[in-house]
Design a protein around this ligand. Structure first.
Ligand SMILES: [Zn+2]
Length: 341
């Protein structure tokens, strides 16, 4: 894979004991140093005029001035230092690079993965929250649409938290399909099954809020039975993955049980799907707070593009997971029955 990376993203210092630390990127880089065919790309930062296509201009000015004044606590867990301003623009720029590279490249070995921080999916139009200042994946999706590189973009968010910011920004947009699989009841509390988009954009938001204890079986069933068919029907030019790795069974902050192989299986499924749809595929880092599980997950994604086939198993889907999937079908999303696989 090609990994978008900038040293400035290490300078966003969140202080001791903050889970969203620069060590996350260091651990990923260390782990990838053992792999073949890793290319790093130091993409350009986004500019303010690009991030204000999805964010309120006054809010962006406020973030810049907050950082210029030395930063501090924006809220209880969203922290900035002076260097954070450069890091947020670099992080958004890496996501833009991933979107463009996904559309321009041949895919496979060249598949882009933006390793930026701070993450982005909780940032809303006019506020920072949940460690996020600028919604990187939203900036990227909007950028390629404005550049007329893509007519329709899908975003699949497998971070364990709901990407409330991304959903809000595109809730009434027919040209952006937002899909999230997340743990029900976790921060920020949004992302119910009934949140499906509004007006003409009805059914261009899909939320699968699984209860604690769900993992590979339930995630793969949701992909195969509802998300895959829905993405196929939407027929995007580009699929961006809001790739958090905090649903991992050993991540310290969630109670989901996705395995490292599970991330490989999802990657493999989505690669095949975008290949069939002739759509670009790119990844943008979100959360993931176990240094080892985070770097193992990203290494697994990379290895899938190197030809590694993660082992499939006989799935038993738990009742809670089955109920979410059936409920999604009742919302009217395109779907198939499990025995059609
Ligand atoms: Zn998360």
């Amino acid at each position: 894979m090609r990994f978008g990376y900038r040293e400035i993203c290490l300078e966003h210092d969140t202080g001791a004991r903050h889970p969203e630390s620069p060590d996350r990127l260091r651990a990923i880089r260390q782990s990838l140093s053992e792999c073949d065919h890793i290319e790093y790309v130091a993409a350009d930062s986004a500019i303010e005029a690009e991030v204000t296509t999805v964010h309120d201009a006054d809010y962006i000015t406020e973030v810049r001035e907050f950082c210029e004044d030395g930063g501090g606590n924006w809220d209880a867990d969203t922290v900035a230092v002076e260097e954070t301003w450069d890091a947020v623009l670099a992080s958004a720029g890496l996501a833009q690079w991933a979107a463009k590279a996904a559309l321009e490249s041949a895919g496979g070995h060249e598949t882009p993965f933006a390793l930026g921080r701070p993450p982005g999916h909780h940032a809303v139009e006019d506020d920072a929250m949940g460690f996020c200042f600028i919604n990187n994946v939203a900036v990227a999706a909007q950028h390629v649409i404005e550049q007329e590189m893509a007519d329709r973009v899908a975003i699949l968010d497998w971070d364990v938290h709901h990407g409330n910011g991304t959903q809000d920004m595109f809730y009434d947009r027919e040209d952006v399909f937002y899909v999230s699989i997340h743990e029900e009841g976790l921060y920020p509390g949004t992302g119910g099954i009934g949140e499906t988009g509004e007006g003409d954009a009805e059914l261009t938001t899909l939320n699968a809020p699984f209860p604690a204890g769900c993992g590979d079986a339930e995630y793969m069933a949701a992909l195969e039975e509802v998300i895959g068919p829905s993405l196929e029907a939407f027929d995007p030019d580009l699929l961006l993955i809001s790739a958090g790795f905090d649903a991992h069974e050993h991540d310290p902050i969630s109670r989901m049980v996705v395995t490292t192989d599970g991330y490989g299986l999802m990657t493999d499924f989505l690669w095949e799907l975008t290949d069939e749809l002739d759509a670009g595929l790119g990844f943008v880092l979100e959360g993931g707070y176990g240094l080892e599980t985070l770097s193992d997950g990203i290494k697994m994604v990379h290895e899938v593009f190197e030809g590694h086939d993660p082992p499939t198993r006989e799935w038993t889907i738990n009742d809670n997971g089955r109920s979410v999937i059936e409920n999604l079908k009742e919302q009217g999303f395109p779907s198939i029955d499990p025995d059609q696989n």
